[in-house]
Design a protein around this ligand. Structure first.
Ligand code: AMP
Length: 271
């Protein structure tokens, strides 16, 4: 595995490589969710590139940037064992006073974007840079970050990038907890409480399977399960992230964001 620490080093390696490039952008602290993306990229491409970069512009003041988990040695090992060809591990991706990408208000400043205003501008900007640095054939993103995936899909379309986006299912622990780098913040008691997110989503799925498609009833049932967590939002939207009063099978995402202790967790289910 080659480790490239600058865009120049990355390009030197990739300019000499042949065939399709599968790319998995991450912020490190790699877990099985990330590995699933890397394995898919490995199966479907000649060259696999993973980036690890904790992007400062997508963290708001007061968020966990300085204490975001860093696991350099373990991450390098995981990448190596997963068959990654090139690990892009830049120190910084920015100079001063840059041009940046702006998320559209309609999808960029609701839900995650309302709770974290500006987060998606920073996220889109760094993804744009990473895509231009790597120039992948296919890029892999988790459905766990549903709004992120939707906005990146739109950006790739709007900026006419010739890249295929591959959405990947959320990987969960056996008990339902969605894997997340932030789960390391949870103590044993909080980890138990965190199960309320996936339980609420399971009950939403059950209601829909039983024929109850009413968004408000689904939201009420979910809130009851999430109690007493500090819920930031429970939402029922279509794939364009517009609120809908009734679930439309094949075009709905049910999302939840809540705090468990000090840790902010998100989860969702695509229906
Ligand atoms: P992150 O390192 O949190 O920025 O995540 C990097 C990529 O891994 C993103 O595309 C995430 O959506 C994806 N990802 C994170 N957690 C999971 C999970 N539990 N299952 C599948 N993909 C995930």
């Amino acid at each position: 595995m080659i480790i490239a620490r600058t865009v120049k080093e990355l390009r030197e390696v990739l300019d000499c490589s042949l065939g399709s490039i599968g790319f998995v952008p991450t912020m490190g602290a790699l877990h099985i969710g990330h590995r699933t993306l890397i394995e898919a990229a490995r199966k479907e491409n000649d060259v696999v590139v993973v980036s690890i970069y904790i992007n400062p512009t997508q963290f708001l003041a007061g968020e966990d940037l300085s204490k975001y988990p860093r696991r350099e040695e373990a991450d390098f090992k995981i990448c190596e064992l997963s068959g990654v060809d090139v690990l892009f591990y830049p120190e910084s991706m920015y100079e001063a006073d840059e041009v940046s990408v702006c998320a559209p208000a309609i999808r960029g400043y609701i839900l995650e974007g309302a709770s974290r205003p500006g987060h998606f501008d920073g996220m889109l900007t760094v993804v744009m840079k990473l895509l231009n640095a790597v120039r992948p054939t296919k890029v892999y993103f988790g459905k766990k970050d549903a709004q992120q995936l939707t906005l990146i899909t739109q950006m790739v379309r709007n900026f006419l990038l010739n890249i295929e986006i591959v959405p990947m299912e959320t990987v969960r622990e056996k008990d339902g907890l969605a894997l997340s780098s932030r789960n390391v913040y949870l103590n044993d008691e909080e980890r138990q409480e965190a199960l309320k997110l996936s339980s609420a989503l399971k009950s939403a799925t059950k209601m829909v399977m039983q024929g109850n498609l009413k968004s408000d009833e689904i939201q009420t049932a979910m809130m009851a399960i999430l109690d007493p967590l500090e819920v930031e939002y429970v939402a029922v939207v279509n794939r364009a992230f517009e609120s809908i009063s009734d679930v439309i099978i094949g075009d709905t995402i049910v999302l939840v964001a809540a705090r468990v202790g000090k840790t902010r967790l998100i989860d969702n289910v695509w229906m």
